[in-house]
Design a protein around this ligand. Sequence first.
Ligand code: C2O
Ligand code: CU
Length: 492
Amino acid sequence: MTPAPISRRRAIILGGLGAASLAAGGTGWIAAGPGVGTSRLEPADTGAELHQPPVLDSRDGRLQVELTAAAGARLGGVDTQALGFNGTSPGPTLRVRAGDELEVRLTNRLDKPTNLHTHGLRVSPQANSDNPFLRIDPGTSFDYRYRIPPDHPAGTFWYHPHHHGMVADQVFGGLAGALLVDPPLGNGPDLPVVEDRVLLVTDTTLDADGHLLEASAMDRAMGRQGELVLVNGQHQPTIPAAPGATQRWRIINGCVSRVLPIRLDGHDLIQVAHDGTFLPAPATKDRVLLAPGNRADVIVRPTGTGRYPLIADAVDRGGMEGMMGGNIAASGPVTLATLVTDGPSVTAPPLPATLPAEKTGGGPTTARRQITFQMGMSGSGMGGMAFTIDGRTFDPARDDQTVQLGTTEEWTINNPSPLAHPFHLHVWPFTVLATSDGARPVGVPQDVVLVPARGWARLRIPFTEHDGRSVYHCHILDHEDAGMMATINVRG
Ligand code: C2O
Ligand code: CU
């Protein structure tokens, strides 16, 4: 039964109250909004059960896939002008094992150049592997081939376009997908989970015709935040569970700029992995903080029966108060999804006391470097601002850091600016030693760290594997596109 359009529309304009139940039986999206020029496409399938993106699994040591990037993706169950891989946003989940070969034929049916980054994978940055300097023009295809080392950590990674200047638009448009590395057979920890789910969080804004909204100069300067926050392309889906039935949620922050402090109403989150590597032991937390690009694998053990929202708490990424009469780098709390528990209780089996955390690699520190993120006024630039690292905007032809393969370095990322910037380094994960806000470091290698506003983060980076050139940058993708990115050349 489809409810009358007028009541559905009203229910959605009125917000959460009642909208979920009314819309649960419907499909499609509804134009709603305060007035001419500001109307938006809003999801009508709010509250539908969470789907998993299609999974493409490796066999006999290899996974061969074709990914076509194009506009006209299905999002929230219906056709929009959002971007997708193979017609959906997110794209398929790629699932490989350590030691596998991953081959991706990327076809560009967009109207702008693109390419592909395997975020967090420890693979070669050269040639047709995880090479961020490649440019795949509209109407062309490119064959990527990634050799995943046999000792690669088993965990949650993701892929997204990385062509400088277009990254924020393309990820905001919907181009992202999960990339899971499984342990070699029989080598993983024994996690007693009955469901293993990907929760890829993205945000976007679509106008009433289903077209992507252009970001303003100020949106780009602060890092755009979409009005719709989606999980696997769905708006506030429900996640069914039996009380006690243990689930593993692989939460990926695929938002362009949003920082997600995530909590589950009425439950602790038991974190087992961060950025694709296991913690030494399950860690019980009331909140898990994910900067753009970060991932957390959490164990959820539903208690009782009821509805428990998964919430991204309000966050202030830094003070730009006084500009434009408000702080647009702040965001209110958002409901990502709702855990719905029902049925007879099952007894949750115990979790392992320890997990196969990685040993900290590398040797003694051979060099220390200072890296500085800056936002400054400029005559031209985005919204009259320049986004630089060490005073320079991105130049793919310049080597900004040269490092000897096999060494271990300590980098301090300075951020004198009034906005927090997430630092991301490709290929070579780092351990956070300390941050200026005194937060307790995760303790295992990671690939994105939020550098506090007017603060710093100190990192230990073992360059033990993979030579070649790659990049480090701010993972507020609007900042990266504006030039807050630099190159690193690791010489073998
Ligand atoms: Cu997730 Cu260089 O990016
Ligand atoms: Cu930034």
